[in-house]
Design a protein around this ligand. Structure first.
Ligand code: SAM
Length: 289
């Protein structure tokens, strides 16, 4: 052990283990009105943000999560012009969404203004292009209240939440998903951050169960994100259009070219198609939901 400050990720305390990161430097630390926020520099992962003891984003591996949470639903939809992000305070997903030429309006509803404020200083690579884009509209509010009351409608809803603790807990409820459905246009797609099924199968089962009670299609797709330990991360997928998870790579490629053929580091047409092929233990969780 070095004499650096070791910052624990306490998310899995109930399961009897912790990941602990040696901070080269703590860049920012605050008890916000909503949660404990710490941002630090890590030798391997670059800048790391933790909220309430759970890793949210690192500059080294953010591309996996942000690309898969944005490009998959938008390209599955195929003609999305209006997109809603719930959460997403660091603006990493917004940056990816705005790469799509067809997106005319992006609304991001984040409960904690301080996450956005400090990201302006510490994640300018995300916030710079996003806040300068006239298509981007930030609303500081609880996502639950927003989806229950707004008159706006969206083709794609991306739930970039914290884990189901603190203010993020409501974003895993049936009531919230029903609100998301209410604000979606016909043929719309919703995707959600649904944790690591190896450790959190009940979180995935609960969400997919809610999706199935509200939509024709409720499933998940997977990606491997190094700092979300435990293997695959599940991204919930809900829509009324059963064909959207089975779009062939050639068609996805055509849509991506039409969207601007932006550079990616994880997403490819083949990865999108394959991400819906679930390992048996995850398929079992989804089937039992
Ligand atoms: N990538 C991360 C992960 O999977 O661990 C999550 C991203 S982080 C940007 C999630 C954001 O959701 C935080 O900024 C948090 O403030 C916000 N959030 C939590 N509860 C919320 C709620 N009820 N309404 C809107 N935003 C919320």
């Amino acid at each position: 052990m070095s004499d650096k400050r070791w910052i624990p990720e306490t998310l899995f305390d109930d399961l009897g283990f912790r990941m602990t990161y040696a901070a080269e430097r703590v860049l920012f630390e605050e008890r916000t009105a909503h949660q404990d926020l710490v941002l630090f520099e890590h030798k391997t992962f670059g800048k790391m943000l933790m909220l309430d003891g759970a890793t949210q984003v690192t500059t080294r591996d953010e591309f996996v999560y942000h690309e898969m949470m944005s490009h998959v639903p938008i390209l599955a939809h195929g003609a999305a012009t209006r997109v809603l992000i719930v959460g997403g305070g660091d603006c990493g997903i917004a940056e990816e969404v705005l790469k799509h030429k067809g997106v005319a309006r992006l609304v991001q509803v984040e409960i904690d203004a301080s996450v956005v404020e400090f990201s302006k200083t510490h994640f300018p690579e995300f916030t710079g292009p996003v806040l300068a884009d006239p298509r981007f509209h930030l609303v500081i509010a609880d996502g639950m209240d927003f989806v229950a009351t707004t008159e706006e409608r969206f083709d794609v809803v991306i739930v970039d939440s914290t884990d189901p603790q603190g203010p993020g807990a409501v974003l895993f409820t049936r009531e919230f998903y029903a609100g998301c459905r209410r604000v979606m246009t016909p043929g719309g797609v919703m995707v959600t951050q649904n944790g690591v099924p190896f450790f959190q199968p009940e979180e995935l089962a609960t969400s997919v169960g809610h999706f199935r009670s509200l939509f024709a299609e409720g499933t998940c797709y997977v990606a491997a994100i190094p700092t979300y330990v435990g293997g695959h991360m599940a991204m919930g997928f809900a829509t009324d259009d059963l064909a959207l998870r089975q779009i062939e790579p050639a068609e996805l490629e055509r849509r991506w070219i039409a969207a601007g053929r932006f550079a990616t580091r994880y997403w490819t047409p083949e990865v999108q198609r394959a991400a819906f092929a679930l390992p048996r233990f995850i398929a079992d969780v989804v089937a039992a939901a």
